[in-house]
Design a protein around this ligand. Structure first.
Ligand SMILES: Nc1ncnc2c1ncn2[C@@H]1O[C@H](COP(=O)(O)OP(=O)(O)OP(=O)(O)O)[C@@H](O)[C@H]1O
Ligand SMILES: [Mg+2]
Length: 369
């Protein structure tokens, strides 16, 4: 069922009038076989909707980004879904045929746990990259469950790094330099390109998070659909602006994902509405529902994509990943005319990797909640 996702079901972007491929016709046929349920049977309607989403997403291959995209997943608020979002988006993109690296930059090591990656004390980890100049190639591990998904684990050692970094030379650039060297090394050795890098951050704005902000071009902010959701956001945005002004001019908030959305509560709808009003371009259409399967998966060392691939939580993360992939499939407008055919064969670089028109950084300053 593998099929490149072109953005227009069954058609290439340049050929929108051609008939549907047999594969897409089959999907449509299967979807139309599912009865339409009305509001009087909400549970059946939900099941029918999930069945349609499963058919729509099954076996799809997402388009690769035109260059490696590097995301920092950040929110200094604790427990909003940073790690859950990091590992599940990464798993969804890898399952859709892309090569993805997760850098666990949080001493809690939750991303490493959720990906089933060994990270007990003594295992080479993010700490060694930041403090001991160990290259990423000596630290990286591949997920057993999902080929093409890699992780740089975090061990408990990382909890000391925040203080140790203070006296280290070029302390804000440690992770960035390590990633740039790794991506270049892969390219030099003729190894396939890493398409996506996600850096999972701790719930603080210390030196570990600063390193992540300097490494990435894009920031992904998960926002929990709860009261106080936007509290502290202006502080996060101020910090991003400071980093942009002094350390990383390309940094911008490209993506906001609403997490733990409970459609039965007015509060969740209110928060979602407010976030979309402030960040209309950055907020993904897909929101992640509150789901027991999502919260259970890490205790089995799994992402929800392998723990229960057909669950509504897995489908939501697949849909969110698909949105992100579609946004990053083409180069930003200004370079499109200059080199229309270079696309995904471009050499990887930490300085590249944003699929949006990133020359115009979003005006996040105005959203001062
Ligand atoms: N959509 C969801 N439905 C149900 N539970 C969820 C969902 N997303 C996250 N959780 C649960 O909420 C808790 C916090 O999530 P997570 O660890 O991803 O947040 P975090 O922002 O990374 O936290 P921290 O700030 O401590 O790093 C976890 O127990 C996780 O399993
Ligand atoms: Mg976390």
């Amino acid at each position: 069922m593998d099929q490149e996702d072109t953005g227009v079901v069954g058609q290439t972007p340049t050929d929108v009038t051609s008939p549907l491929s047999p594969e897409e016709e089959r999907r449509l046929e299967l979807m139309s076989a599912i009865p339409i349920m009305d509001e009087t049977t909400p549970l059946a309607a939900e099941l029918a909707l999930d069945a349609r989403r499963r058919i729509e997403l099954a076996g799809r291959r997402f388009p690769p980004p035109w260059q490696t995209r590097v995301f920092t997943v950040a929110n200094q608020k604790g427990g909003v879904g940073k790690t859950t979002t990091t590992v599940n988006l990464a798993a969804a993109l890898a399952k859709a045929g892309l090569r993805v690296l997760v850098i666990d930059n949080d001493p809690q090591g939750n991303a490493s746990t959720a990906l089933g990656i060994e990270h007990h004390s003594g295992v080479p980890s993010t700490y060694d990259i930041l403090i001991n100049d160990v290259p990423i190639s000596e630290v990286i591990q591949e997920s057993e469950a999902i080929p093409g998904l890699y992780c740089v684990p975090a061990t408990i050692d990382l909890s000391g790094a925040e203080i140790e970094l203070v006296s280290v030379v070029a302390r804000e650039n440690r992770l960035r330099n390590a990633l740039a060297a790794y991506l270049k090394e892969r390219s030099r050795k003729g190894q396939p390109r890493i398409d996506y890098v996600f850096v999972d951050c701790p719930p603080s704005l210390g030196l570990l998070t600063v390193n992540a902000f300097v490494t990435a071009r894009e920031v992904l902010i998960p926002i929990q659909c709860e009261y106080y959701a936007l509290e502290g956001l202006s502080q996060l945005l101020n910090n991003i602006n400071l980093i942009r002004a002094h350390l990383n001019p390309a940094l911008h908030v490209s993506t906001i994902l609403l997490t733990m959305f409970d459609g039965r509560t007015n509060l969740a709808h209110q928060v979602a509405e407010e976030v979309r009003e402030h960040f209309p371009d950055q907020t993904l259409h897909t929101s992640i529902p509150r789901s027991v399967r999502i919260s259970e998966a890490p205790s089995y060392g799994q992402t929800v994509l392998t723990y229960d691939a057909g669950s509504s939580g897995a489908l939501a993360y697949l849909e969110a990943a698909r949105e992100i992939a579609k946004r990053g499939a083409l180069p930003p407008e200004p370079t499109l005319g200059k080199s229309g055919s270079e696309g995904a064969t471009e050499e990887p670089s930490v300085d590249q990797g944003d699929g949006e028109a990133s020359t115009e950084a979003p005006e996040v300053e105005g959203a001062n909640r």
